[in-house]
Design a protein around this ligand. Structure first.
Ligand SMILES: [Zn+2]
Length: 655
């Protein structure tokens, strides 16, 4: 048994690695720069956590997903692994303590959000750390050609210069061949002292090749055999949505573009008697948590959401993902669709498309790249908004209320948002839409008064005690608190902690400012006159061209009717496949298997035949019948509606 395998067994309890995990671990373990392409659910985190435990020093993990990072730290600590995280919105003391611990060698894995990399505090402390290797999660974010470029990722090159001999492990669940090359180029150090590694042997459905810039590249197949991709031409999208949801038992996600749409559609579905809720970035934390948990635990069946929903969510039994609106790219589509069927059981991803959609998609190009003059105007209005004179403003960091700004200067939010993104890429400012402000508490009564209070319930008391035990100085002033710590110590669920803090606040015992995400704008340069604002080709025309190509690929996917959908998606990600999937709408149509009255009748007969022994059959047994998913689902629905069969807790039986 290898050392890695022992670690895997000891901490995670697994006997062996899956897929390309071992190849990646051995490559990074041997000190090679490594890129792993693994679809979500491929067991990505094991590939850095295991070698981090095997090697001396601390493994730095760069990831943009703060919620995910907190979750992983929590999980690792439960496994008795020393892990920590630093991210935006964290208190200075806390950051210091965390970094000092890393220098002292007390930490094995340190998660860092990319915005933190540029800070001089972080870079200074990093110099004194013994670093085992650097993991770059969501590595496609470093590519300007990618669909999710984040300028803060470029800072990783500087981090490498601090420790030039420390290898890098880049991980992504989505990258086209062009982006793969770009990731390797951006992450390579010219002075890398470890020669080009030998190519490792490829096994099974996995493969490795030595990519450009000395990286060993390991790719896992992105094929999802249990997931059927379908495009439904739907002049009446809403009607089709209800029909699909009605006919498919189990958990579902419906993706829409706008927050308003998310709310309205969820309301409509509820009115139609379906169990639905909604989710978008504008909801407060407690509300988001509650909605997500209800869905996760099947208290709500359908989640209607914007693309803010899904990152780091791992619900295995999602049976259906419907896109009511088309995303901007096949990368985004593949990621979102891929949230269906993680348990390996049959699932479907359906894109609803109609005649007006291709027009809407091409309009997004203009919305995402407004004219240069317009961008400069937004830049100038921003200076009026904050009252910053020409030559001033360097380092100014203010809250940004986009609605208020648009009202005052007569702009449309979509375009302002795009203009700010472009100004950010041009280095004028930083626009952080999800800056995370931790919750704050200040006691308004004295300690003595607090102890004399009579109308405090035992649960409230536990919360108060947990606050006092963990945070000093709350009687004097506001202090940041971490609700999850209070949750743990008081032994009450987080939503209850939140409700108690609210209630204490209403009674004027404390003042409570909930944790919230507030957009911020920070000036990275002194304010220029608008005619001097430079928007280079690389960040305007070149990116616009890339965006146009992505929109075109998305439109092609939706409009093509003679090529297997799974094949189209895999080819887009550079994977050659020889077989059609046999279950997408194109394949089904070719096989004559799209639902017709005839094959639906046949499906009904087969289901009834299976249940004729009058035993309870688990719903998954139906898949043995190998019926086309569409016909199976319609047949099930018809049989249940006509009370020929009934379903109870996942089991079917004849009535
Ligand atoms: Zn197909």
């Amino acid at each position: 048994m290898s050392n890695y395998q022992e670690i895997l067994k000891r901490y995670w309890g697994y006997d062996d690695f899956r897929g390309i995990q071992r190849d990646i671990i051995e490559s990074i373990g041997a000190g090679h720069d490594t890129l792993g392409l693994m679809p979500t659910g491929g067991g990505k985190s094991i590939t850095f956590q295991v070698p981090a435990m095997a090697k001396e020093g601390v493994c730095i993990v760069i990831t943009p997903l703060i919620a995910l990072m907190k979750d992983q730290v929590h999980h690792l600590r439960q496994l008795d692994i020393q892990a920590a995280a630093i991210y935006s919105g964290m208190q200075h003391d806390n950051v210091m303590r965390t970094l000092e611990n890393c220098i002292l060698g007390n930490t094995k894995i340190l998660y860092v959000s990319p915005e933190r990399l540029g800070s001089s505090l972080f870079q200074t402390k990093l110099r004194h750390m013994q670093v085992s290797f650097i993991t770059v999660d969501e590595a496609h974010c470093i590519s300007q050609w990618g669909y999710d470029f984040r300028p803060s990722y470029l800072e990783i090159a500087n981090i490498r210069n601090i420790h030039p001999n420390v290898p890098v492990l880049a991980l992504t669940a989505t990258a086209t061949p062009q982006v793969v090359d770009d990731i390797c180029a951006k992450l390579s150090t010219a002075s890398a002292g470890f020669g080009s590694p030998e190519s490792t042997s490829a096994s099974g459905e996995t493969g490795c090749h030595t990519g450009k810039h000395g990286f060993s590249v390991f790719r896992m197949s992105f094929e999802r055999k249990n997931l059927a991709y379908l495009v439904h031409y739907a002049p009446d999208k809403y009607g089709e949505l209800v029909r699909l949801l009605d006919g498919t038992p189990g958990s579902a996600i419906v993706y829409v573009r706008s927050r308003r749409h998310a709310r309205e559609i969820a309301e409509h579905l509820s009115n139609a008697g379906l169990s639905a809720t909604f989710y978008h970035a504008g909801l407060d934390h407690a509300d988001k948590d509650r909605r997500q948990r209800d869905w996760q635990h099947d208290r709500t069946r359908i989640m209607v959401a914007t693309n803010a929903f899904g990152m780091g969510i791992d619900k295995p039994d999602v049976r259906l993902v419907i896109h009511y609106d088309s995303p901007d790219s096949l990368e985004a589509y593949f990621q979102e669709a891929g949230r269906a069927g993680r348990d390996g059981q049959p699932a479907r991803a359906i894109l609803l498309f109609n005649g007006s959609d291709s027009g809407k998609l091409s309009k997004r190009i203009d919305d995402t790249f407004p004219p240069r003059e317009y961008i400069k105007e937004v830049y100038e209005h921003l200076a009026y908004y904050y009252q910053i004179a020409t030559g001033d403003g360097y380092g100014v960091n203010r809250e940004f209320n986009i609605e208020e700004f648009c009202q005052r200067f007569h702009h449309f939010p979509v375009r302002v948002h795009s203009a700010l993104q472009i100004l950010m890429r041009a280095g004028y400012l930083d626009y952080d839409e999800e800056s995370d402000n931790e919750a704050r508490v200040h006691f308004l009564v004295s300690r003595d008064e607090l102890y004399r209070l009579e109308q405090v319930t035992p649960v409230e008391e536990r919360v108060i005690v947990a606050l006092l035990r963990n945070y000093g100085g709350l009687f004097a002033d506001y202090g940041y608190i971490d609700e999850s710590i209070i949750t743990q110590q008081a032994g009450v669920p987080q939503p209850v902690v939140y409700d108690i803090l609210k209630a204490l606040s209403l009674r004027h015992l404390i003042s409570f400012i909930p944790r919230k995400q507030v957009p911020y704008i920070r000036y990275l340069q002194r304010r220029e006159d608008k005619e001097h604002v430079q928007l280079p080709r690389a960040i305007y025309e070149d990116r616009q061209e890339q965006y146009r190509k992505r929109i075109l690929a998305m439109t092609n996917y939706a409009q093509t009717t003679d090529r297997c959908r799974s094949r189209m998606l895999l080819e887009y990600f550079g994977e050659d496949t020889t077989k059609d999937c046999g279950q997408c709408d194109v394949c089904l149509r070719e096989q004559g298997q799209l639902v017709t009255p005839a094959n639906q009748h046949d499906a009904c007969q087969q289901i009834l035949a299976m249940l004729s022994d009058r035993q309870r059959h688990h719903i998954t047994e139906l898949y043995r019948l190998q019926l086309p998913a569409e016909a199976l689902n319609t047949a099930l629905k018809v049989l249940m509606e006509n009370e020929k069969i009934r379903q109870d807790d996942g089991f079917l039986m004849i009535v």
